[in-house]
Design a protein around this ligand. Structure first.
Ligand SMILES: Nc1ncnc2c1ncn2[C@@H]1O[C@H](COP(=O)(O)OP(=O)(O)OP(=O)(O)O)[C@@H](O)[C@H]1O
Ligand SMILES: [Mg+2]
Length: 134
């Protein structure tokens, strides 16, 4: 099972929009997809509820309380995770360590880019952790 985390500590940068768009695109390709919400706002879970009943089903996972990756059904090809607002918590750090890929949405604004630059100190740590495992 592939896991994709959409994360940035900057609020309103498009995490939920990007997560739901990736999920829609992968579902359209015929994959069995789950959308996990790790953000307490649970916007992604609300989005699933708002989808038309005739739309291809997307598995809904509430991972707001999990310490890292939560459970997902066996038949799922990819889990896309709408990341938590804060990246400094143990929950967020565990997710960052465990997932296969991380997508970081950044708005083309100097304030958003500056904020992301500061938080991007966790990106080299991911590479280091991954290398140290193999
Ligand atoms: N690529 C984009 N172009 C224009 N507007 C966008 C884009 N992506 C997101 N938005 C808009 O920006 C706003 C915030 O998007 P979104 O809710 O996806 O961000 P978020 O990072 O999930 O926010 P939060 O930190 O509250 O969880 C929404 O109004 C959304 O429609
Ligand atoms: Mg959101």
């Amino acid at each position: 099972m592939r896991t994709i985390l959409v994360a940035n500590r900057k609020g309103g940068c498009g995490k939920t929009t990007v997560a739901t768009t990736i999920v829609s695109a992968l579902t359209a390709r015929g994959q069995s997809i789950a959308l996990a919400d790790a953000d307490r706002q649970k916007s992604s879970l609300k989005w699933i509820d708002l989808r038309p009943k005739v739309a291809t089903p997307i598995t809904k996972l509430n991972w707001t309380k999990d310490k890292a990756l939560g459970d997902a059904p066996d038949n799922i090809d990819t889990v896309v995770i709408d990341g938590p607002g804060a990246l400094s918590t143990a929950h967020a750090e565990s997710l960052i360590k465990e997932v296969d890929e991380i997508v970081v949405p950044v708005l083309p604004s100097i304030f958003d880019m500056d904020s992301t630059d500061q938080s991007s100190t966790w990106i080299p740590r991911i590479v280091f952790w991954r290398r140290s495992r193999s």
